[in-house]
Design a binder for this molecule. Structure first.
Ligand code: 5CA
Length: 436
């Protein structure tokens, strides 16, 4: 993509409304634009990052065996009246009346909707287990939307819903998701901290939240620093002791924190008290929705069995902010390669110089041919402005073409994360980037 033809409305100044670094950087890098409180448009660069995050989430959900569906954002109130949550949910729910005076709502979550789909089509224990997920916009009329996409009112969530015949297999489904979540967040370059959590308005008695440690996080965590050693590849979701294995590491939100247990179980040197950003939460809640809504299957002995359910959320749009909180420096964002909106920024330092244009155009053509996602700064701007822009948007690599390099037959390759620079022949640079 040529920057001259792109839409990248960078801001020079720090926007005064942004209190945390990810919000500041997302605005300055032209990724998002606020529409109203807690509601954002995603501009081209931001949308590319959001799609990258979404795709990793999708791949790991698919790998876990969950089936992708797409449910609507607008739901009928009757479904929520059936589960009993219509009145409980309170002012966070955006209630809408259609032209026929029917009560509708903009979904804050989809337990009722998926249970309705399930009960209409799945009638036998033989069709279980099942896990359905979708990646869809949600609306919660938060009292205090803040920190940009971190606590929005409209936000993108991946939510999955599992259906099982009994508690044992429902808990297996729960820990399968636990493993999928660890893999998902690690692929994004994060160090997820899974903690025991309260279930809140979703309900149930088993829940974990997944956090990214950050001083700007809204949650307070107490954990054993060894929790980062938890290796999801060694968790067997079907084992009877899986809960004990995971409980082996002390990690809890402040609501679930037990100071006495913390002191007995965790040596002082490993006790951590830190803030975290909640990027996902999983719940096992048994028959909380299946019973009132009649999601019942016929069991092996022809007996009716209300199905055992769990639900599993990931804050897809929040993750974009969380990844930036975890990866930035004074100059701007530092994207992990897996979620970077482009892999490479190609910079022509002299937009008016025929030799530079020819060399940069040729590199650009080769990079495109090799399928390397490149943002090509071909604008007529000062070198300083170009370097600052590239550092701000934080693509993993920068390839710089300038007149002095051309005289020597070299280009400069810079790694954004380490700041390491290297002069290479154009061929060697393409090689390094895997384009040859
Ligand atoms: N139905 C369940 C699981 S599918 C559920 O709604 N869980 S949740 O309430 O924990 O939300 C799932 C994830 O969405 C959270 O872990 C968080 O990462 C994200 N999220 C929740 N509220 C917001 C918000 N206001 N802005 C951005 N992300 C949010």
């Amino acid at each position: 993509m040529r920057l001259s033809a792109y839409f990248l409305p960078l801001l020079r100044e720090n926007p005064s409304e942004a209190q945390i670094v990810s919000h500041r950087l997302m605005l300055r890098a032209g990724m998002i634009r606020q529409s109203s409180a807690g509601i954002y448009s995603w501009l081209p660069l931001g949308l590319r990052a959001l799609k990258q995050v979404e795709q990793i989430v999708r791949e790991e959900q698919d790998a876990s065996g969950a089936l992708e569906v797409l449910m609507p954002t607008i739901q009928p109130a009757e479904l929520w009246q059936e589960s009993g949550r219509y009145d409980d949910y309170g002012k966070e729910m955006l209630r809408i009346t259609d032209r026929h005076e029917r009560a509708m709502l903009y979904g804050p979550t989809n337990e009722e909707q998926i249970t309705d789909i399930f009960r209409h089509s799945i009638k036998s224990y033989r069709d279980l287990p099942k896990n359905f997920y979708h990646i869809q916009w949600k609306f919660r009329d938060e009292v205090r939307p803040r920190f940009g996409v971190m606590r929005g009112r409209e936000f993108l969530m991946k939510d999955a819903y599992s259906f099982d015949i009994d508690k044992r297999s429902a808990v297996t489904a729960y820990f399968k998701m636990f493993v999928a979540y660890m893999k998902t967040f690690k692929r994004m370059g994060l160090k997820p901290i899974p903690v025991r959590a309260e279930t809140g308005p979703i309900g149930g008695d088993l829940s974990h939240e997944f956090h990214v440690q950050a001083d700007t996080g809204e949650s307070e965590l107490y954990f054993d620093s060894d929790v980062v050693l938890l290796d999801e590849n060694r968790i067997d979701p079907a084992s009877l002791t899986v809960q004990d294995d995971i409980a082996g590491w002390y990690a809890a939100t402040d609501e679930k924190h037990d100071p006495a247990e913390f002191e007995t179980r965790v040596p002082e040197a490993r006790r951590r008290h830190a803030r975290g950003i909640e990027v996902g939460q999983i719940f096992y809640f048994g028959t909380k929705y299946s019973k009132p809504m009649g999601a019942v299957v016929v069991g092996p002995g022809d007996e009716p069995i209300p199905v055992e359910m769990g639900s599993y959320g990931i804050g897809v749009s929040r993750l974009v902010g969380a990844i930036i909180e975890a990866g930035h420096d004074d100059a701007g964002i530092i994207w992990p390669e897996s979620v970077a909106p482009f892999r490479l920024g190609l910079v022509n330092l002299r937009a008016g110089d025929a030799r530079c244009i020819a060399a940069a155009d040729e590199l650009y053509a080769k990079l495109c041919a090799a399928g390397i996602e490149t943002l090509y700064d071909d604008r007529d701007e000062s070198p300083g402005a170009k370097f600052a822009a590239m550092d701000l948007i934080g693509l993993p690599y920068q390839l710089v073409v300038g007149p002095r390099g051309i005289d020597k037959g070299v280009v400069e390759l810079k790694e954004r994360g380490t700041g390491k620079r290297q002069e290479l022949s154009p061929e060697a640079a393409l090689n390094r980037l895997g384009a040859k």
